[in-house]
Design a protein around this ligand. Structure first.
Ligand SMILES: Cc1cc2nc3c(=O)[nH]c(=O)nc-3n(C[C@H](O)[C@H](O)[C@H](O)COP(=O)(O)OP(=O)(O)OC[C@H]3O[C@@H](n4cnc5c(N)ncnc54)[C@H](O)[C@@H]3O)c2cc1C
Length: 393
């Protein structure tokens, strides 16, 4: 395994860096570097800029309009974007549903859906989880009943991230109750403006509205929106989830946040405390180790080996690291980082922050928000079960 980048890869990195520096809106980068709240326009604006360049579907093969990059090039692209302060690419369209449509959709479906995903014009949401069906996803009950040339969908999805912005949604639905639960699930896509859909926001403990309940009341979905074969949705879902877990490791964002932690520690005077610096060093070592693991996965992918069987490990380590840096930032800020001031997440906030450095004000919100990372994308406990079965045997 050779982990050093070739001169061509270094050149690729420099080209991406220069392009991102020129095109990433400064105001958006400022928000990202300071963990301020991003609007839909910030997120989608960047997606469209990438889309115009042909880089939003950066993991796509050339035959589907992607750049056809190697795994290493994709990693370098992600790293340069993260370090420059670009918003995270919302994965539901380009990273999650697109590979499923490419692998299992018909040529008509590919022609119909992929261009809107590649350009960033169409916002996708993920409809897997239901009340009572999270870890035990195969128990899901949202029903799609075939009636002539339509499916009629009834039920509820939950935790739908940014579903308030969703134009389209990919869903796992029950089309049969025969046999094992996994065998009666289908994968359908639907227009979120369809009559009978209600999106209800869920307020999270950080005070934000990032997730939603989505209710389906006799929603009519054209049968042509079924991806692949009826009752084969579980196979397609597994294909997609391995992409999600690799993406969630987010080692590049961790590198950016490590720098932010160091800035905060210096500004708050705890940088000189050797015990605190030990904690930062420990975190940095873990981030480097995670990066090595990601590079190993990339190296395995380049040589054609199956790299996805340790996706769960990346998810576990990546999410723990995300929680740790948010905890260390809180510790560095001490009592001034404690109050949850939701408004401080907005750029330009001029509120009262007596005695402390106002850049600490968003920390409590970030800390609470990061609690999600060990739950979403499949909880870490469940990932450990999967790793135990697939890696340890
Ligand atoms: C912020 C956020 C965003 C999300 N976004 C989306 C989204 O966009 N779309 C979507 O479909 N879903 C989304 N989810 C849902 C997410 O995938 C589920 O929350 C997750 O799979 C866990 O399911 P659950 O919440 O039902 O918890 P449960 O499955 O009820 O688990 C409860 C606890 O029991 C543990 N547990 C369960 N089973 C086992 C087991 N076999 N062994 C050991 N421990 C176990 C879990 O680890 C957890 O600690 C999101 C969740 C969050 C928090």
């Amino acid at each position: 395994m050779d982990l050093a980048f070739t001169p061509e890869e270094q050149k690729f990195r420099e080209d991406v860096r220069a392009w991102v520096a020129e095109h990433l809106p400064k105001e958006t980068a400022h928000k990202v570097h300071n963990a301020l709240e991003l609007t839909r326009e910030d997120i989608q604006g960047w997606a469209k800029i990438l889309g115009k360049k042909g880089w939003l579907g950066y993991g796509w093969p050339k035959e589907f309009g992607g750049p056809g990059w190697t795994a290493v090039q994709r990693h370098l692209f992600e790293e340069e974007c993260a370090l420059a302060g670009a918003p995270r690419i919302i994965p539901f369209g380009p990273v999650m549903v697109a590979p499923v449509i490419m692998a299992f959709g018909s040529p008509e479906q590919q022609k119909r859906f992929l261009p809107g995903i590649a350009s960033g014009e169409v916002w996708w949401s993920q409809g897997y989880s239901e009340p009572g069906s999270g870890s035990d996803l195969a128990s899901l009950r949202t029903r799609a009943e075939r009636k002539g040339d339509k499916y009629v969908v009834n039920g509820q999805k939950t935790w739908t991230t940014l579903g308030q912005y969703g134009d389209w949604m990919f869903n796992l639905v029950r089309t049969s109750t025969e046999g094992k639960p996994q065998t009666g699930i289908s994968f359908i896509v639907l227009d979120m403006k369809s009559p009978g859909i209600t999106v209800r926001p869920i307020k999270l403990m950080d005070g934000g509205f990032e997730v939603n309940d989505v209710f389906f009341d006799n929603v009519e979905v054209p049968a042509e929106n079924l991806i692949g074969e009826e009752n084969k949705g579980w196979t397609y879902a597994k294909h997609l989830l391995s992409h999600e877990r690799t993406n969630i490791a987010d080692v590049n964002r961790a590198k950016r946040e490590l720098e932010r932690l160091k800035r905060i520690a210096k500004a708050e005077g705890v940088w000189d405390d050797l015990r605190f610096r030990d904690e930062i060093a420990r975190l940095e070592v873990d981030i480097v180790a995670l990066e090595m693991l990601v590079l190993r996965v990339l190296s395995a992918a380049t040589s054609g080996k199956n790299s996805l069987d340790i996706a769960g490990l990346l998810k576990i380590k990546g999410s723990e690291i995300q929680q740790r840096y948010s905890e260390l930032m809180m510790l560095a800020g001490g009592p001034f980082s404690l109050p949850l001031i939701r408004e401080a997440m907005h750029a330009g906030w001029q509120g009262d922050f007596p005695g402390g450095n106002p850049t600490l004000a968003p920390l409590a919100s970030t800390y609470f928000n990061m609690r999600k990372t060990t739950i979403y994308g499949g909880s870490n406990e469940v990932q450990r079960n999967i790793v135990a079965q697939t890696v340890l045997g």
